[in-house]
Design a protein around this ligand. Structure first.
Ligand code: ADP
Length: 397
């Protein structure tokens, strides 16, 4: 089955056409600057193009994608009818959706209700869904939520110790993010270890520009580091992660900073960027450390320390640990960082194989033969996970 996976943003639309028989992407690309001028990128085995294409709306963008996919020269299918389903990435399903579902008017309403929890993303996803209905007619569409994998967390993990009315009135609680990635890499890790997910306690570390860590206990997520928003948990490229909440009101008062502005500072001007004073990109941090920049070193030390702490905490929360998985830009591509994050966990039985660990962006077990807890690198593939959920739902129709 061929499935079109869509990730719609407010002025962009990323896509992949995935063949589920081979689990490979036949084409992938991006429509950018929708509503402005329009830039179209498209890549297949035979083509790799970037050109300006006027796209006033998301429907124009979908038409551009379909045109490219069915084009005799740059395309990879001969007819639109080969696309059997569409899978959409949705950032927040709030507490309404705990699994992927077929798109109906009721589902669209539900996603709309979650807009407050993901104001930058959910409205754009809805525009993407409506554009697909307009252009693709009744091709079945499925929505896959970033929050769904975390919906199994128990109240003790998702509640905040604030007045209960804020939970009741505004649904303020931990939701987590990156769920599709955590689910994918935990399933892959089980397969690589030759076990069923139900047999394993896994900590999945999604370390990229945005980072989160999850505790996956026998296939079920029981805790995750991101919270009500993706600002919580680990410090990140430009996000502060967990801090004493009293610091927020203290600084807002001291410097007379309005809430919106302070939110921006915590999201865009904090994290690795703020501490290093150099960059939010881990490659730049490595270079700065080599040049002897002490603040870059503190930034990296802080990040690695926090990763180690979360792994330890989640091992305790699960009452044991069988595997640690590293994924996303940093997790997949930074062998030295993996070693440093795991080194303090030697007492628990984590032992890296330095030779095997010298790997970037490739699935591999990187712990030693004797390591009690296995360490794995698994490149994330959220699109494939979305396509897999979409196929499962559409096949059952
Ligand atoms: P996002 O959260 O935006 O999806 P990514 O998962 O792409 O982010 O991660 C971006 C981070 O990954 C950057 O800090 C970058 O330094 C790091 N990274 C990406 N590729 C490499 C690489 N080949 N070597 C080392 N670090 C890398």
């Amino acid at each position: 089955m061929k499935i079109l996976v869509i990730n719609a943003g407010s002025s962009s639309l990323k896509y992949q056409l995935i063949d589920m028989e081979t689990t490979t992407a036949l084409a992938k690309g991006n429509c950018d600057r929708i509503g402005l001028d329009g830039v179209f990128k498209h890549k297949t085995d035979r083509a790799d193009i970037k050109k300006e294409v006027p796209m006033k709306t998301h429907a124009d963008a979908i038409k551009t994608v379909i045109g490219a996919l069915t084009d005799p020269e740059i395309g990879c299918i001969s007819d639109l009818s080969e696309i059997k389903a569409i899978g959409h990435r949705i950032v927040s399903g709030g507490d309404i959706f705990n699994q992927s579902v077929l798109v109906t008017e009721e589902v669209i309403e539900g996603i709309d209700k979650c807009c407050e929890l993901a104001p930058l993303h959910n409205p754009a996803h809805l525009i993407g869904i409506r554009a697909c209905i307009e252009v693709m007619g009744d091709v079945p569409q499925v929505v896959v939520f970033d929050t769904a994998f975390h919906s199994t967390m128990p109240p003790k993990a998702y509640m905040y110790a604030l007045p209960y009315k804020y939970y009741e009135q505004y649904k303020v609680r931990r939701y987590g993010a990156h769920g599709t990635s955590h689910k994918y890499v935990s399933l892959r890790a089980a397969a690589m270890l030759g076990k069923r997910p139900e047999e394993l306690k896994i900590v999945t570390c999604h370390l990229g520009n945005g980072s989160s860590i999850s505790a996956v206990d026998r296939g079920v997520c029981i805790d995750t580091s991101m919270g009500f928003t993706p600002l919580a948990g680990l410090m990140m490229g430009t996000r502060c992660g967990d801090i004493d909440p009293a610091v927020v009101t203290y600084l807002m008062e001291k410097e007379n900073i309005p809430p919106k502005e302070f939110n921006r500072i915590m999201n865009k001007e904090s994290g690795i960027l703020a501490i290093s004073g150099v960059s939010s990109d881990f490659r730049d941090i490595d270079n700065a450390i080599e040049e002897g920049n002490p603040r870059a070193k503190i930034a990296l030390d802080m990040f690695e320390y926090q990763v180690t702490k979360f792994i330890g905490a989640y091992a305790a929360a699960m009452g044991g640990l069988d595997a640690i998985v590293f994924t996303a830009g940093v997790g997949e591509n930074n062998p030295d960082l993996r070693v440093r994050c795991c080194a303090p966990l030697k007492f628990m039985g984590v032992e890296m194989d330095e030779e095997k660990n010298r790997v970037r962006g490739e699935e591999r077990i990187v712990s030693s033969e004797n390591s009690k807890i296995k360490v794995l690198v698994v490149p994330t593939n959220e699109e494939l996970m979305i396509a897999a959920d979409t196929e499962a739902i559409v096949s059952a129709l």
